[in-house]
Design a protein around this ligand. Structure first.
Ligand SMILES: [Zn+2]
Length: 283
């Protein structure tokens, strides 16, 4: 069983590029999140597949109907924080306030408990070991913020590749890292965002089998903007432009093949059947 996740944010929420507007400017920009959301929701309904949606609190505040509809369709609602700030740019207190604010907004909109969290940009790093403690203390039961390898923003290079438990003062927090494949000294991702768009489907399929052979689930991730290829572009360097916008039109067809070829589930459902098997590791 593999896991499909959606990070629900808008086209102007790309991190760390010169053209990314500040929080204060977001409400003046054209919101396009509904377009990609609708395509995803109907694609998943056709495939009768439930997945985990990590909503940004800022989005949920403006579009509580999207949260409610995803919940009513049987999906799991999870939290992507409120203001899409990288963890390592915040103090522990700022981080705690951001995730607690988003959790409350999401639980009000969904009418259900929200037990999963994912940091913007997978930005838990060796410099932010306190993040796990704040996430557990805010009432989350699992986290999916770890990229177990080096990465532009974020990345926890020494982290286990398989799901594990982090001991915190308020109890254990399950960690479901994004999937990477260890090839020699490299840890390569093929399963989300730009990585998924760049990689041809047969290679994604082969790498999925490799991860599953190691008895690990693949955690895939997509964004609504990737199913809305005509969304406006932000100003950024040529390299970032390539990473952010390459092969946008391929995401929908790859997803259709993924949901057809595999049985995919939510993080919560996966954890319910595997929690007993997870090993503990300190933060
Ligand atoms: Zn994000």
């Amino acid at each position: 069983m593999n896991i499909l996740t959606v990070d629900v944010e808008d086209w102007f929420h790309i991190l760390e590029v010169e053209g990314t507007p500040d929080l204060a400017a977001w409400s003046r920009l054209e919101s396009r999140v509904e377009r990609g959301f609708e395509r995803l929701l109907s694609l998943l309904a056709e495939a009768q597949t439930s997945v985990t949606w990590f909503f940004l609190g800022w989005i949920a505040e403006r579009h509580p109907d999207l949260v409610r509809r995803a919940a009513e369709a049987g999906h799991e609602i999870a939290c992507h924080g409120y203001a899409h700030q990288l963890v390592y740019t915040q103090t522990p207190a700022e981080f705690a306030a951001d995730i607690r604010r988003a959790k409350t907004i999401l639980e009000d909109a969904a009418g259900q408990e929200v037990s999963g969290y994912r940091a913007p940009g997978f930005s838990i790093t060796p410099e932010t070991p306190w993040a796990f403690e704040e996430i557990a203390a805010a009432g989350f039961r699992y986290d999916s913020s770890v990229f177990p390898g080096p990465r532009g923003h974020g990345g926890l290079p020494g982290a286990p590749l398989a799901p594990y438990l982090v001991e915190t003062p308020t109890g254990p927090l399950a960690e479901l890292p994004v999937s990477v494949v260890a090839l020699g000294p490299h840890r390569l991702c093929f399963f989300g965002g730009g990585y998924l768009r760049i990689t041809p489907y047969p290679l994604i399929h082969a790498m999925t089998k490799l991860v599953n052979l190691r008895r690990r689930p693949v955690v895939y991730y997509v964004h609504p903007r990737e199913l809305d290829p005509a969304h406006p572009r932000l100003e950024m360097s040529a390299l970032r432009r390539f990473k952010s916008y390459v092969n946008l039109s391929s995401t929908e067809s790859k997803l259709r093949r993924l949901v057809r070829d595999q049985s995919l589930t939510t993080m919560g459902a996966w954890l319910r059947t595997h929690e007993d098997t997870l090993r503990t590791r300190s933060a």
